[in-house]
Design a protein around this ligand. Sequence first.
Ligand code: NPW
Ligand code: ADP
Ligand code: MG
Length: 307
Amino acid sequence: MVVSGNDRERIMNGFQIDNELLRQWRRLALIHFPTLCQPRSAHSHKGTFGTLGIVGGAEGMAGSITLAGMAALHCGCGKVWLGFHQPALPIPLLFQQPEIMLSTANRLLQRSDITAWVIGCGLGTETSALTKLTECLQQKSVVPMLLDADALNLVAQQPALLSSRQNQQDIILTPHLGEAARLLHCTIGEIQNNRYQAVRCLAEKYGAWVVLKGHQSLIASPNGQVQQNETGNAGLATAGSGDVLAGIIGSLLAQRIPPQQAVYAGVWLHGAAADILAASEIGPIGLCAGEIAAAVRWLRNRLTEPV
Ligand SMILES: NC(=O)C1=CN([C@@H]2O[C@H](COP(=O)(O)OP(=O)(O)OC[C@H]3O[C@@H](n4cnc5c(N)ncnc54)[C@H](OP(=O)(O)O)[C@@H]3O)[C@@H](O)[C@H]2O)[C@@H](O)CC1
Ligand SMILES: Nc1ncnc2c1ncn2[C@@H]1O[C@H](COP(=O)(O)OP(=O)(O)O)[C@@H](O)[C@H]1O
Ligand SMILES: [Mg+2]
């Protein structure tokens, strides 16, 4: 592919982005998420960038926890521990029994180095998951926690699960329209027609940050302030892109970025990565989780360069 010689386009690692757009994004990031624009110290080590604990990956859904973990590392956190399913150990399917998975999650819960949690990627909804979720929520060390997918479905069944948590302000919920409808006990159509009211209602009901995912996702703060995200495209309409978002936001939380920055930055990076891919030779159709995570990494590195 012939690349125009002027400074408007730049091909790096297979990604292309208009330099003026990149300058705009850098200026926006410097204002709204300045932490993302700081280059790394030469003396950093993996502990510098925090540890994300991910609980999920129930039988048959190991992919979701792996996608979230991969995305988290691409977005810069130092370590990721997966509870329930250890993809590094090729556990044959027959060994993916709840008791084995629970023992893995129990070991994870004992760790003292976890700086943020993601609960729910493929959590499944059998009672052991509920037990695990409850224990995670009541963790003595109150670190930020993102709930996605089946964790949201469990909270929809048992709203009191969240009330046990001391500081709701460091909880992030990331429902798509289907999960939001379950949380609000209404139809998807009602959510679709009243997105701002729905996301605000969820944030106030649970006292948490809420991302109502979809085209131009909405983000509500615990006190009901709503912002609309302007990045992203329909290339994200593929299975796993929500798990990747959970990994991205979880990664930023694990890096000790405050929830209000981590939520906005995570949703913005996720959509911007999809926009980079859609504008490249790849095109918008069928973006896969690995490409989105790689584009997030590429963009994070560009944001640390001078405007
Ligand atoms: N590789 C793996 O292991 C993966 C595992 N995963 C794990 O699978 C679990 C189930 O997650 P899930 O989102 O696939 O199913 P679920 O929440 O029951 O939604 C289906 C229902 O809701 C609707 N609906 C959904 N989205 C909507 C939207 N945006 N806007 C509107 N409607 C929407 C949808 O509508 P329909 O398809 O009927 O049009 C249907 O009615 C979860 O734990 C997740 O982590 C996945 O992450 C993928 C990769
Ligand atoms: N048409 C679209 N435009 C922009 N973003 C989209 C679109 N469709 C889906 N997305 C994004 O993709 C992700 C889908 O999340 P989710 O449905 O939970 O996926 P999964 O559970 O399969 O990983 C969300 O972040 C959502 O905002
Ligand atoms: Mg999902």
